[in-house]
Design a binder for this molecule. Sequence first.
Ligand code: ZN
Length: 132
Amino acid sequence: MLEKVSVKTGSQFDFIDITSQVSDIVKKSGVKQGLCCVHVSHTTAGVTINENADPAVPRDIIMGLDKIAPLRGGYRHAEGNSAAHIKTSLVGPSITVIIEDGRIILGTWQSIFFCDFDGPRNRTVYVKVVSG
Ligand code: ZN
């Protein structure tokens, strides 16, 4: 089964916790053991798993990525959003989580974050649940 999650981001750089939406899709699927792939089909937004407890962590990740790919970098891409493309490639377009006993395995402090680097926008996340 393939499901979509709509995400509305609120600022240029935005990390949104989508763990509960992904968990709900896995529960609805009825799959007890398998894999869940979360894929972002955008070139300036990605997905990552990281700490959910301290909101400073996503902000620090954004700050760190901005040091690697600052907004002004003498880029050639005419659209003017190369920094967002670079950050997206560093974060990546997809993650896979293990499903065991009908639930995704995440550590206590882990969440799945949708990462927008060129917002605010309405974005789409695809979630594929595979039994096995
Ligand atoms: Zn572009």
